[in-house]
Write a protein that binds this ligand. Structure first.
Ligand code: G6P
Length: 360
């Protein structure tokens, strides 16, 4: 009955709601009999052999890859690059001596990504596909597969696949970090569980986000998400989600870069939503938001407990900062959902978009 909408008006809301359960299922799946996180040793060995990881993906999966890069580099110290598959295919960068490719794809069928895989296979480079679909083309044609186990994702706008990709890459990174002796004792089993609870807490309070969507986004023609570091990566995904289903022209921006040109677009009442989950940059991002407010922006803050201020509109529970994206993205998914709903759009089937794009 995974395919059934049940009492949900749209698959997207159902899939947003499923995310805590998806996290818990992943933790069970990637756990050994001693309750340690584990992945296929052959994948670990292949990654340990490599001198650089190349993440290849499109759309929301690309945004997941940006978060994945942070996780891989911080936990494994293996340099990692993230590439849009349609660019990589034609404009291949100079590769390292021992590259390891990770294909991120919900469907496992995206033609742009497959085109890269055909090329890397021809060059004899090892590859891992992280996908939601067992037996998909990318899974079959790469050396290794890690499954998202998120259940079918029907809504065109991807939600649970994004968070599942991040969780799987966090698990993989921790296992490798431990193997390399960089991490003493793993905490991801615990921390992803905490993140699942945090996601649940946000979902339980969704009426509040519905009313913020009305307040901020009901009539606007454009909007901005800003953040730094991990928050910037989430800003890109948040903006993509809002664009896809509400048709509001939204940009995700590095908070510090806004003043170098794009701030010219801020007018009276332009919604600017800042993500503030990282301590070392929190003050800077708030400063950048202030600059937009001084120019009339309708400013909203999504902050993490511990960094929150009384005036913040949304405060997410505290989680391991490496996993902040898992949690901070949830209010942005809900904002996009309610905005699309209020505008009378077909939330699950936005115009001009397909769930899986099998042409280049
Ligand atoms: C399509 C979908 C996007 C998705 C992208 C990549 O454009 O509309 O939601 O992110 O493909 O799909 P994949 O299955 O490779 O993750």
């Amino acid at each position: 009955d995974d395919f059934e909408k049940g009492t949900y008006p749209y698959y997207m809301l159902k899939e947003i709601d499923e995310q805590p359960a998806v996290m818990r299922k992943l933790l069970l799946k990637y756990q050994d009999e001693n309750n340690n996180l584990t992945v296929d040793q052959a994948i670990v060995d292949a990654m340990l052999e490599s001198d650089r990881v190349y993440i290849i993906a499109a759309g929301t999966s690309y945004n997941g890859g940006l978060v994945g890069k942070e996780l891989i580099e911080k936990m494994t110290h293996i340099p990692t690059e993230v590439h849009v598959s349609s660019e990589f295919g034609y404009n291949t960068p100079i590769l390292s001596e021992k590259p390891f490719f990770i294909f991120l794809s919900q469907s496992g069928e995206t033609a742009d990504s497959r085109q890269v895989l055909v090329k890397t296979n021809a060059l004899g480079h090892p590859s891992l596909t992280v996908t939601n679909v067992a037996g998909s083309t990318l899974s079959r044609e790469s050396n290794f597969t890690l499954l998202l186990n998120a259940g079918p994702e029907i809504a065109v706008a991807s939600t649970k696949a994004y968070t599942a990709q991040i969780a799987v890459l966090a698990i993989l990174s921790e296992v490798i970090g431990i193997e390399k002796g960089l991490i003493n004792k793993g905490t991801m089993l615990h921390d992803i569980g905490i993140a699942a609870n945090a996601i649940q807490a946000i979902i339980d309070d969704k009426e509040k986000i519905e009313s913020l969507a009305s307040d901020y986004l009901s009539t606007s023609r454009n909007a901005f998400y800003i953040g730094r570091g991990m928050d910037y990566h989430v800003a890109l995904e948040a903006a993509l989600k809002l664009k896809e289903i509400s048709y509001i022209q939204t940009e995700g921006f590095a908070a510090g870069e806004l003043k170098h040109g794009t701030i010219a677009l801020i007018e009276e009442d332009t919604p600017v939503i800042a993500l503030v989950t990282e301590k070392r940059v929190a003050g800077h991002t708030r400063g950048n938001l202030q600059e937009t407010k001084a120019r009339g922006a309708h400013a909203m803050v999504i902050s993490m407990e511990g960094l929150d201020r009384p005036e913040d509109q949304i405060v997410i529970p505290h989680v391991n900062p490496l996993l902040s994206a898992l949690v901070s993205v949830i209010p942005t998914q809900l904002l996009a959902y309610y905005c699309s709903l209020h505008r009378g759009n077909d939330v699950d089937k936005p115009r001009n978009l397909a769930k899986s794009v099998t042409v280049e």
